[in-house]
Design a binder for this molecule. Sequence first.
Ligand SMILES: [Zn+2]
Length: 483
Amino acid sequence: MTRPIHLFNTLSRRVEAVEPLTPGVLTLYTCGPTVYNFAHIGNLRTFLFQDLLKRTFQRAGYEVRHCMNITDVEDKIIRDSQKELPEGADNGTRHGAMKALTDRYTQAFFDDLEAVAIPQASFTFLPRATDYLPQMIALIQRLEAKGLAYAREGSVYYRIAGLPQYGCLAHLDREGMQVGTSVDADEYERESLSDFVLWKTFKPGEPSWASPWGPGRPGWHIECSAMGMELLGERIDIHSGGVDLVFPHHENEIAQSEGATGHTWVNHWVHGEFLLVEGEKMSKSLGNFYTLRDLQEKGIDPITFRYAIQSNHYRKLYNFSFEGLTGARNALERLRTFRKRMEGNFESAGGGEWKEALDPLRRIAQAREDFWTALSDDLNTPEALAAIFTLVSDLNAQDDRAALTREERDAALAFLDETNAIFAGWPHEEASLDAEVAALIEARKAAKVAKNWAESDRIRDQLKAQGILLEDRKDGSVGWKKA
Ligand SMILES: [Zn+2]
């Protein structure tokens, strides 16, 4: 049984029920990081909202097949990875420098995700763009065959005039827009609507791959279309990213995928809002630019940051402040204290006059209903959390007067577990299985890199003995499930 979930769809500008193409199985594609630097807290806000979205569907009874790409070839990556190399460096050296930079920041990114309770093992697919060059080239060829792409001087461009629905996501007014020029940059403003680049011809000082159009490299937009279609299919349920990706990135993904297949690619487009810092746009020049590491250096628990982000609605601007984090810390403390109280068996002092009869089991059922009503309505996290806190107040008051029974305490704990499975802030402290398994998967990965097969097998067997089965996937990621 699955609960219906409604989400705002950028395509229709309405809150709509999500109806997976395969009942009970949700396919979710989210644009991953461009790994040339540490993720900043604005980036993390997007990944946290997508984690909440995924966990909500999972707890609502769906199997979620989640693909998040790692962009490991792109303009900024090339700029930063090649600047130290001598002019005459060969292609192998250039690729090596690019890989060294992206490996380093990919690892840093996963470390940050783990810290905010987004385990690597929670993704079904984590493809790296450079592993999907054949799929990107094949997709561009498909567009060429349909007359939607044209080659010019070794580069290939998308002919946007050939696709009537171009602009449907960003709600572009195509009348009066100058169409037909072409642009080589991956990022541009909607005022300069243009034929965008699918394949970029080789430039001195850049790494390149062989292609039917000569040496070059993929444009950023084609990467997501190729990986998403290869791993999740030519029709998917939800595609998500930050609002800054609506145009041109997602508009161009639609053009590429729908141009090639001739049918709808994504049913639901879901975008998360920006984060401001103390009321201002985050920027290095204003000195208000933070990574998660900066917060950790200030002694802030990443889970407190997670809670602060998630206690705000994903479609509202979030104004980050250190004061706000104090509020988040207090809220988490309140829930954790309540959990401890429910885990124990206290003798109540009793004797208080109880004005209103309160049936704790019914009260918990009501809170669960309120919680799910809020989350199902476009992930209304402020109201979902309010449902938990109202219950905490009521049960604390009740327990002060007459101790709750073991059955009532267990019902409250079950509700805390259910809500924690989504928010990840008030776990049962001994329940660290996920973290333990994730650590062993990492250790096994390191053993494999070191070609220490005995150690890698030993870890697999150790997990098996604990009833955990590993699944090595073709994109190199590892999933696990309980036997
Ligand atoms: Zn993307």
